[in-house]
Design a protein around this ligand. Structure first.
Ligand code: DPP
Ligand code: ZN
Length: 871
């Protein structure tokens, strides 16, 4: 596979004004006829160069220009498409191809999932449907006719339905027309025997939009939450961004086999079933919230992605970073803002920072790739969203809204770049973002080191901030970033100090140089800084806080995020000491102050339960690993396990009292308060059962047997799997499966819990799960649950010192690559970060990678990831 560079971008030679598609659906031989109205792009130069059409795994039946069939000397077949000779500036191109949806296990293009036809075209799936200039800067008006047997009553595509009727034999057809120009990656088709829920939404300007959610009949009772979320999202986008929906109908379809979470196809969003279907009996609170955010995300793409799209795939964050920022704010408005921020930052720090420090590190706008599907990353999505959030911070809410209005107005109907986005923000606000643009071009996580100095006689306090950024592949030297650093200063009583004459107690320092000092005057005592409030920039920040200062911030900071962050810093310090003691054979012990802090959090009746639950979470092994310079897996596992046990034993009575107080029977609701209380209750249950006492396990069993919702049920199951004896645990596992084996989403949860279990998910157990009838290597959700659960979610078992986990992963990835290259390339990631591990683990990961490399004939997806990690 070859490398594609942003610097080589050229405007397309030809444009496609109209695209007429005609499908005759058959499992192994679907006939696709396309008629494209093509014209020379006036912006692309002189002459009539040959026209390149992308095409992968297609059988070409015929090709004609203006009705005249082309003989083979008029086009050249190439590995990735065809090159057609052109002799006029405007023409109709008719192409017929044959494709095989049934055998398409890549889940790109058109494929079958449980007997239903569906498509996934982003990023480059359309070229698996027909020959086409498959690039996002070619925007075309699509009309689609679908012909299928009547046993597929539902035939859907983008836009509005314009006609339907019977065809020969037992067939029928439906024709759809999408009035909006769009790139091919937003094309979608669905055909199946589906039921639907229907609702409607009246837009701000009074237009009535029909909302439909399609699914297999057995899941029809699991669609309400998604529809409710959709209406909330539509309302929110009108209120916050002034964006209305633009078609008469908006459809969502649930599909079991899906590579991504969901896809924003114009008017016809297609969702991974796991990201749209839920009922209280089958879905956890986390799933309900994920559905709300993904439904919002895909809906928001209608403007940030569809009406204004990407010029090329290097600009992916233009739509994804912006849309993740939009969906995060939507979720924050619908639920607890503080908890949402904590969750997002945890994800970023644990997984995106790891990406920045690994072999695939890339800027938010990458400048090269081999396979674009490898760049649907946390860097493009989550760090991209942080970049947009920083613009929001620098411009303020009003400036940002002016900027987004200008962006949508200026570029509606166009395929544009990250640069266009930033320029709109700049033009609307008159704020200079020249240096800020480095966030798009430089990879790596910046590091801020903060020191301070207080002059008692003058009453001045000086903060000095130094920034640096480690080298990443292809980028040795980094220039300073423009970093908004939000902060407050606390006095010794925990009060916020006034920072200026106006009574302001919080400010945003703009860090632009490698080293910079800021002075605060007229202070009567040395303050304690509360830095990087609300995580105002995606950076690591170092300030020499003492334990006492962190404890103080944890109880006094007015910034909820920083209270949580102080608790995490404390835990990281303690875990780091424990690791050190473990390595040197010393005595492991947890400081009494830390235990006391956890106790006071548990007993504090003024704190919201949601925040208490967050404050009580120990950092995951993954996040401890990410925060380590050299990852010593064994020491990490031992340290965390010791901390958990110690807290569980020391605070057993408090956990028990809190659990009992919250464990009251009531009808289920998804209110923020109830979600928080369930989370806190289940956190207490986990600590209680970590002691593995009969008393605690009886509580878990009782909860498992009587829970009226999946959040409580799954929490109890997880605790039993991890802490009960064999008999009790196995009985719970078996009983749960018998109860839920017909429900795909619950089965996935069940598989994942076992695979992630440090106690029971050892390699031989995972190998057994792979043999279980519920496992299916062709279903990405099952792969993510079992193989991903083990390699990404079971730190202790996966990192066993014999390296058997790595070899297992390598073997699975080699097999998977033949079926679904995108998923194979995602699953291999854990071993690609071998360089950061200590001792033999690094060597054994590398051996596993070499085994993959030497297995021959890798997909482009897998080759890119593996070869870059062996460099
Ligand atoms: N469907 C994916 C997302 O919305 C890719 N666009 O992020
Ligand atoms: Zn998206």
């Amino acid at each position: 596979p070859s490398t594609i560079y942003l610097k080589d971008y050229r405007a397309p030679d030809y444009l496609v004004d109209n695209t007429h598609l005609h499908f005759e659906l058959k499992p192994k031989a679907t006939l696709v006829k396309s008629r494209l109205k093509i014209r020379r792009n006036p912006a692309a130069g002189e002459g009539l160069p040959p026209l390149f059409l992308d095409g992968v795994d297609l059988i070409l039946l015929s090709i004609a220009i203006d009705g005249a069939l082309l003989s083979p000397e008029h086009y050249e077949k190439m590995p990735q498409g065809i090159l057609v000779s052109v002799d006029k500036p405007e023409f109709f191109l008719d192409i017929q191809t044959c494709i095989n949806p049934e055998d398409n296990t890549t889940l790109e293009g058109l494929y079958l999932s449980n007997g239903m036809y569906c498509t996934q075209c982003e990023a480059e799936g359309f070229r698996r449907i027909t020959f086409y200039p498959d690039r996002p800067d070619i925007m075309s008006k699509f009309t689609t006719t679908i012909v299928a047997p009547k046993e597929y009553p539902v035939l859907l595509s983008n836009g509005n339905e314009i006609s339907r009727g019977p065809c020969e034999g037992d067939h029928h057809y439906v024709t759809w027309e999408d009035p909006f120009s769009k790139p091919a990656y937003l094309f979608a088709l669905v055909a199946g025997n589906l039921q639907y829920l229907e609702d409607c939404f009246i837009t701000a300007s009074g237009r009535k939009v029909k909302l439909q959610l399609f699914t297999e009949e057995k899941n029809i009772n699991k669609g309400d939450h998604a529809l409710r979320s959709l209406k909330n999202a539509m309302r929110w986008d009108e209120a916050v961004y002034g964006r209305e929906y633009d078609l008469d109908i908006f459809m969502i379809v649930a599909v079991d086999h899906f590579n991504m979470g969901a896809m924003e196809n114009k008017g016809l969003n297609i969702f991974n079933s796991a990201c749209v279907l839920a009922s209280p009996e089958t879905a956890t609170d986390a799933t309900f919230q994920r559905i709300e955010s993904i439904v919002g995300h895909e809906y928001f793409h209608n403007w940030s992605g569809n009406r204004v799209t990407c010029r090329d795939w290097f600009q992916l964050s233009l739509k994804e970073g912006f849309t993740v920022f939009r969906d995060a704010e939507f979720s924050a408005d619908m639920n607890s803002r503080a908890v949402k921020r904590i969750e997002d930052v945890s994800l970023l720090r644990t997984n995106q920072f790891a990406e920045d420090a690994g072999p695939m590190a890339h800027p938010v706008r990458p400048d090269s790739y081999m396979e674009i599907s490898n760049f649907y990353t946390l860097t493009v999505y989550e760090k991209g969203a942080e970049v947009v959030r920083m613009i929001h911070t620098l411009l303020g809410p009003r400036g940002f809204r002016k900027g987004s209005d200008l962006y949508f107005e200026r570029h509606d109907g166009c395929a544009v770049t990250c640069e266009d986005f930033v320029r709109a923000m700049e033009d609307a606000s008159q704020i200079d973002l020249v240096q800020f643009r480095r966030w798009y071009s430089q990879a790596g996580t910046p590091q801020l080191t903060v020191t301070d100095y207080f002059d008692e006689t003058l009453g001045t306090y000086v903060l000095t901030v130094r920034q640096s950024c480690p080298p990443t592949p292809g980028q040795r030297e980094k220039r300073p970033f423009h970093i908004p650093l939000k902060l407050g200063l606390l006095d010794k009583n925990g009060n916020e100090l006034v920072l200026d004459g106006q009574g302001t107690t919080q400010c945003v320092l703009e860090i632009t140089e490698a080293e910079q000092s800021f002075e605060f005057t007229e202070l009567s005592e040395k303050p304690l800084p509360s830095l990087l409030r609300d995580f105002s920039a995606p950076v690591k920040i170092d300030y020499p806080y003492s334990i006492d200062q962190l404890l103080f911030l944890m109880s006094n900071d007015s910034d909820t995020f920083n209270r949580w962050d102080a608790s995490q810093r404390l835990a990281f310090l303690a875990l780091s000491d424990l690791q050190q003691a473990y390595r040197t054979g010393g005595v492991l012990q947890l400081q009494p102050e830390l235990i006391a802090a956890y106790r006071s959090v548990l007993l504090n009746r003024d704190l919201e339960p949601a925040l208490v639950a967050e404050l009580l979470q120990l950092p995951s092994e993954q996040s401890i690993a990410e925060a380590s310079v050299h990852i010593d897996a064994e020491a990490i596992v031992a340290a965390r396990e010791f901390a958990l046990q110690t807290l569980a034993e020391a605070l057993f009575g408090e956990f028990r009292a809190q659990y009992t107080a919250l464990n009251v029977r009531k009808s289920f609701s998804l209110s923020a308060k109830d979600i928080a209380e369930r989370k806190l209750k289940n956190t207490c249950l986990l600590y209680l059962c970590a002691t593995e006492t009969a008393d605690a396990l009886a509580l878990a069993q009782e909860q498992f047997d009587t829970a009226n919702n999946m959040t409580d049920k799954a929490a109890a199951l997880s605790v039993l799997i991890n802490h009960a004896g064999d008999k009790q645990a196995i009985a719970a596992i078996e009983q749960f499966y018998q109860c839920w084996k017909e429900d795909a989403q619950v089965v996935e949860l069940w598989l994942g819990q076992q695979s992630r279990s440090s106690r029971r998910g050892n390699l031989s157990a995972v190998e057994k799960l792979i043999q279980h009838p519920a496992f299916d290597l062709k279903n990405p959700n099952r792969v993510r649950a079992v193989i991903g659960g083990f390699a990404k979610g079971n730190f202790s078992q996966f990192h066993r010192s014999d390296g058997s986990g790595f070899e297992f992963l390598a073997d699975q990835v080699i097999t998977l690559d033949k079926l679904n290259p995108q998923i194979a390339a995602q699953q291999v990631i854990p071993i690609t970060r071998w360089k950061r591990y200590t001792g033999d683990l690094a060597r054994k990961m590398k051996i596993a990678l070499k085994k993959i490399m030497d297995s021959g004939d890798l997909s482009g997806d897998l080759y890119e990831v593996v070869s870059k990690s062996l460099n």
